[in-house]
Design a protein around this ligand. Structure first.
Ligand code: IPE
Ligand code: IPE
Ligand code: MG
Length: 251
């Protein structure tokens, strides 16, 4: 598999709090430092020719965190929007936020809306921030919206997919989690059915373009079988079919 086949990469940006605590700082230090490296990773994704990059910034479960921490995360989102707007537009990036943003301050909501509109016709990297996002929530919402619009009709995989928040992004090819934990934490559950998973011990504020590139190169070498056998076995099994006929008949 070559790099170009990893069209959609999703990253769980984890480990900010522990990064700060290791240095005897408050957890919010980690969030501040972590927010500063996001643009490096976006640039690297662009350079690698990735089509879509989806970043997990705030989960539905993160609402249970102390108010002070949640407020800092809100502020950092606003700062990112103000600071990165021109770079996003200059680099032809299409920016979107997916999730429940209703509790964000009005100013942040309007910054999101403006940047989404301004970058909507951009044809480069599709950069999506998952904020106030939960995979289960997304699937339940999709199913409910489908039922409302199509009473009595049977739901199929294709139809459900089309009712997700960002159907145009398609399936996730590679999901990376920083921070050392090996779980998905309710991120893109439907879209990751066949994603390659990669967990790194590196905490998000220490994650670099170089490590990101190495992961992409490493995972690009994996063979993805999607339930099938590998391509060389497929060839051999055709050749063996005649010889195996007797065995199969006698089973
Ligand atoms: C990830 O870092 C950022 C968010 C969840 C918003 P954490 O804050 O979860 O950092 P750790 O996992 O506690 O170190
Ligand atoms: C996942 O990290 C959410 C984000 C990175 C935004 P968490 O730190 O919230 O996940 P858990 O609680 O360790 O599973
Ligand atoms: Mg965490």
């Amino acid at each position: 598999m070559d790099k170009a086949k990893l069209k959609h990469i999703a990253i769980i940006m984890d480990g900010n709090g522990r990064w700060a605590q290791c240095r005897s700082h408050e957890r919010i230090w980690g969030h501040i430092r972590g927010s500063k490296i996001v643009s490096n990773i976006v640039e690297e994704a662009d350079d690698l020719g990735v089509q879509a990059l989806t970043l997990y910034a705030f989960s539905t479960e993160n609402w249970s965190r102390p108010l002070g921490e949640v407020t800092v995360l809100f502020k950092l989102l606003k700062k990112f929007l103000l600071k990165e707007r021109s770079r996003i537009l200059k680099n032809n990036i299409q920016f979107k936020v997916m999730g429940d943003t209703s509790k964000l301050p009005e100013k942040t909501k309007s910054l999101i809306k403006d940047l989404e509109e301004e970058s909507n016709s951009n044809t480069g990297l599709k950069l999506t921030f998952a904020f106030g996002y939960g995979g289960r929530d997304e699937i339940v919402q999709a199913a409910n919206n489908f039922i409302k619009e199509n009473p009595g009709k049977e739901l199929t995989e294709e139809l459900l997919q089309s009712y997700l928040l960002m159907p145009h992004l398609g399936d996730v090819d590679l999901m990376i989690r920083t921070g050392g934990d090996q779980r998905i934490s309710n991120f893109l559950l439907w879209q990751s059915a066949y994603a390659e998973l990669y967990f790194t011990e590196t905490k998000w504020p220490d994650f670099t373009r170089v490590e990101f590139r190495k992961i992409v190169e490493f995972v690009s070498k994996r063979e993805r079988r999607f339930g099938n056998v590998c391509s060389s076995d497929l060839q051999t099994s055709k050749l063996m079919a005649v010889e195996n006929k007797e065995i199969i008949t006698n089973l």
